[in-house]
Design a protein around this ligand. Structure first.
Ligand SMILES: CC(C)(COP(=O)(O)OP(=O)(O)OC[C@H]1O[C@@H](n2cnc3c(N)ncnc32)[C@H](O)[C@@H]1OP(=O)(O)O)[C@@H](O)C(=O)NCCC(=O)NCCS
Length: 239
């Protein structure tokens, strides 16, 4: 990662990036073919003013962003709206932003459960490194306003016809009182392997096993997609 990139808690001095952030979020959602809970620049500005967002800058150029939302009266926290500008992708920037917003969430809401729902493999990987575990939707916030955010997703009919039990997204949850602490310095690729698998194994076999884990996970996601996108009658045979 280029050393000129800084990752910091956003504040009022960053509000002029809000338009660009929303534009990048919307453009990325269009490319992925999913809907997202649409964010307005005003909403993003509010998060910056509240100190509930992290911004990555390359000098004065925007590179990435993420913000915090709270649900069920602060019992749950979500790190939402992760975006890395295309020209900065695949260099580990999302991992650094997620680590920073995760640390900020822990500072601001030490007792909250941190969760996310995503179809993105990159986010699933990073979340696992941070100590999130895949869970059923029933273990996440039941706050209606959170789930209303899914209404603009192209797969919303799947979520509604399963009574909010299943969708293409995977729910992931970090529970503060059930974790072994992260080592000083935060997450690193070898740690990802350890946290994903547990136990003491050689680096080589860790890597092999880690990939095997992801292959299994990918196969499960493909199967889920196949089943959930079928017509209602076929779906009901499985769930
Ligand atoms: C998803 C996104 C944030 C990833 O940003 P990034 O800076 O490229 O991610 P990183 O470089 O930190 O990658 C972290 C890990 O994810 C992997 N990864 C990154 N993009 C990936 C992709 N599209 N598919 C599969 N894996 C991916 C990386 O290889 C890396 O894993 P590794 O260390 O095992 O190799 C970025 O592509 C983006 O902004 N996409 C559009 C918005 C979006 O999808 N947001 C997430 C909504 S839930």
């Amino acid at each position: 990662m280029d050393s000129s990139i800084t990752i910091q808690v956003a504040n009022a001095s960053h509000i002029h990036y809000a338009e660009e952030i929303c534009y990048e979020m919307e453009a990325a959602a269009k490319i992925r073919g999913t809907g997202i809970a649409k964010r307005s620049p005003l909403y993003v500005i509010e998060k910056m003013q509240q100190g509930k967002a992290v911004i990555a800058l390359d000098g004065d150029k925007f590179a990435g962003f993420c913000y915090i939302e709270t649900w069920t009266h602060g019992e749950f926290v979500a790190n939402s709206g992760l975006i890395v500008k295309e020209s900065y992708r695949k260099h580990g920037l999302a991992r650094l932003i997620k680590q920073r917003i995760f640390d900020l969430s822990r500072e601001l809401y030490p007792n909250a459960k941190i969760f996310g729902i995503t179809t993105g493999l990159a986010v699933m990987k990073i979340n696992s490194e941070l100590g999130y575990k895949p869970v059923t939707f029933s273990e996440l916030t039941q706050d209606e306003n959170f789930w209303k955010g899914c209404q603009s997703c192209v797969n919303y009919d799947v979520l509604s016809r399963t009574n909010r039990k299943h969708c293409l997204c995977t729910g992931m949850l970090y529970e503060p009182n059930q974790q072994s602490p992260l080592p000083e310095g935060g997450i690193t690729p070898p740690l990802q392997m350890e946290r994903g698998l547990g136990g003491e194994v050689s680096k080589k076999s860790k890597k092999k096993k880690s990939w095997k884990n992801w292959e299994i996970h990918l196969r499960w996601l493909r199967f889920k997609q196949f089943v959930l996108l079928k017509e209602k009658t076929v779906f009901s045979l499985f769930f």
